[in-house]
Ligand binder design. Sequence first.
Ligand code: C2E
Ligand code: CA
Ligand code: CA
Length: 425
Amino acid sequence: MDIEDSSKKKSMRNVLEKYERCGLKHKNDKLAVYMVEICNLKFYSYVFGYEESYILFKSIFKRIKEKLQEKFYIFEFMNCRFVILAANLNSNDIDKMKKDISDICEEKFYIKNREATVHLKIGISLYPDDSNNLLEVLRYSDVALSYAKENNKMKYQFFQKFMYNEILRKQIVINEIGNALKKKELILFYQPQINLKNMEVYGFEALIRWKHPKRGILSPMFFIDIIEENGMINDVGKFVVYEACRQLQQWHNLGYPNICMSINISESQIDGEEFLDFVKVVLNKTGVETKFLIFEITERIVIGLDEKKLKLIEKLKDMGIRIFIDDFGTKYSNLDYLNAMPVDGIKIDKSFIDKLENSQKDLMITKSVVKLAHELKLEVIAEGVEDQKQLKCLLNMKCSKIQGFIFEKPIPPNEVCKFMTNFKA
Ligand code: C2E
Ligand code: CA
Ligand code: CA
């Protein structure tokens, strides 16, 4: 437990003791716990100093206390927060409380004769609905508060169980993933892409996994957004490019010389010449020919490419690496940009494939996307194909490159040669 955790725990116990001193026995009450944070108090402490910002805190605290009805109890809690406890509330009380707090955000406060605006966020948890342990309920209100803070629009947030799981997950990932690369716990699985025209394996998509010592194989859904946020994706991305190329060359040498490799590239990776130099080093080291490499970037990235990134993509293309748009169709319905962008192909997102059998309209949309892509001389891979009906629809629209569970899920590298041998047979 770190210092902040232990002082939080102490503060929580203090709150409970104070609450009981107010003559209430929480065991018999239904309680609402409001964790309120003055989010911009730190700002005022930088601008005016700690003493002045504490005076501001006290005056906000006082004004809220004056506004609250009798059944509300308010306590200071850590630096820029306070906790409000209320027993046996009805929905009118809760609404009134929300309104009171909103009003406070509109009111004026002054430090050293200068106006200060107050920016409050509130996490709310209920006893015994969320837990019958009041300390836990306090912690849950804290969780709900941090959820509200991550979502700009939300002033209030009631606790829900998924938030706790989400925060736990993030915390575990943040604490542990830093060493995962060093400890060689990050590995690649490969999912085959089949060319139905000649019934051959066209290539594989490299998909990262975390081989967690306690939790087993973890999907990228569990950690990719976090490592993109904390910048680790650059090192992880380099590992992926190198490992996928090394593995591809090994399969070429083992007698599968025409296999391609698709590699997912995050936005922050396509940032400057360093990535280009790195790719050149990898090509040199592994001996992979660029015509077998596909870099997948998402539609969102393609749309937002600035001059510098566009140049980089063009240089990769000049080297012979193909660029595909991943998850095509999930973000933008305007297809004009397909023509303008330096791309070689698209991967039709699973959401389109899932809808193929829904209605004639959905079928027509996918059909026209495939047709347009072909007219623009772009390659098309359909992704997330799971059943024969979907396969038949795709064949009818002359979309012959297929990736999906219908053929195989992502598999570890030691199963790939067996897959290729069996598929040929
Ligand atoms: P993606 O690039 O769209 O990858 C395809 C995802 O769809 C994979 O999930 C794959 O297992 C799944 N999939 C393929 N066929 C089917 C199917 O028939 N049915 C179903 N239900 N799912 C199918 P996975 O491996 O969990 O990867 C999730 C996402 O994580 C990827 O989506 C990609 O955006 C990201 N990711 C994976 N590896 C990397 C990486 O090395 N670098 C980066 N930047 N992102 C990666
Ligand atoms: Ca992909
Ligand atoms: Ca995709």
